[in-house]
Design a protein around this ligand. Structure first.
Ligand SMILES: Cc1ncc(C[n+]2csc(CCOP(=O)(O)OP(=O)(O)O)c2C)c(N)n1
Length: 372
């Protein structure tokens, strides 16, 4: 295991003090170091993180891109059509979920297998980062030489690569100091909302849950053929819901999003507003952090999602802070559906001993299809 702080300081000594990325639990320590000690841009998705690093390079800096390999897909376009043609080098650290030598979740298997070849196809030189501190330092020097020759270089990061670094309270760039996590205490819990949805839905209601803890908690609270646990493809739950809502007008479709996931593909909301499915309720469980990957802040704190939804032509939009309100709005939707949006402020916290869906994804999809 590498000493994260020493490794981070080596990066800094080589001039890498600008970081951008999207969190992954395998990169948690390096991200925490970057958030605590360096300039870290919280990107909405991995492609934007690459472009932001490219901007820092054009401004004379040296930038580090951090992402989970599931986000490499989001990064392909700017890597291939910005960094490559303009000879803009990026130093990348990409985690290896779905490592063929480890047990991991089904949604990571394919990307785990193809991560090295995907980097090869992108003509990016890469290496597995060593677990040995001195060797890792040497690898870093080699990577820096590639960057100086205007060639991107990526490290593939495996499980338990970095020792723990605690995340310091975030500096709120809009309102002075403050840790977003501390202000969440009196808010609703994700599990309370999910319990209520499960209790109040009727037989025509379909519930789709976003990536991470939301899918896992919904499954833990109740498994049902009317549920879809969208364990991968972060940010896509509302588009999945849009397709279903348009094709199944007799169903009431509830899409449960996270703030990080919603921000990752916020353009979805414009498509939903344009197509006006009157049987769709889009809920964001807004804890202002990426809780599933270690609690790193998202940029949701100052975003009024409900106001944005209203501008994008959702018919009914709500900011929700208490259960009575949530329950009333949810029951109204079940009785008389209309294109609706709820921004529910939630606090951090997750059910203990959280299971992962036991059924294999193809079986879940078939079961869900039948329910539709
Ligand atoms: C494209 C992509 N990037 C990153 C990840 C890793 N990841 C899984 S869940 C998650 C955090 C989601 O945050 P949010 O939507 O706010 O939900 P919360 O975890 O707070 O419930 C991240 C970054 C992923 N699965 N896919």
């Amino acid at each position: 295991m590498l000493n994260t702080t020493a490794f981070g300081e080596s990066l800094n000594r080589l001039g890498y003090s600008f970081f951008s990325g999207v969190p992954c639990s395998l990169l948690k320590s390096l991200i925490n170091y970057a958030m605590n000690e360096c300039r870290y841009v919280i990107a909405a998705n991995e492609g934007d993180a690459v472009a932001c690093c490219a901007g820092s390079y054009l401004a004379g800096g040296k930038a580090v891109f951090l992402c989970q390999n599931s986000g490499l897909g989001n990064a392909v376009s700017p890597l291939a059509s910005l960094c490559h043609p303009f000879h803009i080098p990026v130093l990348g650290f990409v985690s290896l979920r779905g490592d063929p030598n480890e047990q991991d979740e089904p949604q990571h298997q394919l990307m785990g297998k193809i991560t090295p070849s995907l980097l090869d196809h992108l003509q990016i030189t890469w290496n597995y980062l060593s677990f040995d501190q001195q060797e890792a330092q040497q690898q870093l020097l080699q990577a820096d030489q590639a960057i100086q020759q205007k060639k991107s270089f990526f490290f593939i990061i495996r499980k338990n690569q970095f020792d723990p670094v605690a995340l310091l309270p975030a500096v709120d760039t809009l309102q002075g100091d403050g840790d977003p996590r501390l202000m969440l205490k009196n808010r609703l819990k994700r599990q309370e909302i999910l319990h209520r949805i499960v209790k109040d839905k009727d037989q025509d209601t379909i519930v789709l849950a976003t990536t991470g803890y939301t899918s896992r908690e919904l499954y833990a609270i109740e498994d049902s053929p009317q549920h879809f646990y969208m364990v991968g493809s972060m940010g896509c739950v509302s588009s999945l819901a849009l397709g279903i809502a348009l094709c199944c007008p007799g169903k009431k479709v509830v899409a449960i999003d996270g703030d990080g996931a919603l921000l990752m593909r916020m353009g979805n909301m414009a498509s939903i507003g344009y197509h006006q499915p009157n049987n769709l309720l889009h809920i964001v469980l807004d804890n202002e952090i990426h809780e599933s990957t270690g609690g790193q802040a998202s940029v949701a704190k100052h975003v009024n999602f409900a106001a944005i939804a209203a501008e994008l032509h959702y018919r009914a939009t709500f900011n929700v802070n208490d259960m009575a309100n949530f329950s009333r709005i949810f029951q109204d939707f079940i009785k008389q559906p209309q294109l609706s949006f709820m921004d529910v402020k939630t606090q951090a916290g997750v059910l203990e001993h959280l299971p992962r869906p036991r059924m294999q994804p193809p079986d879940l999809a078939e079961r869900f299809k039948k329910a539709l």
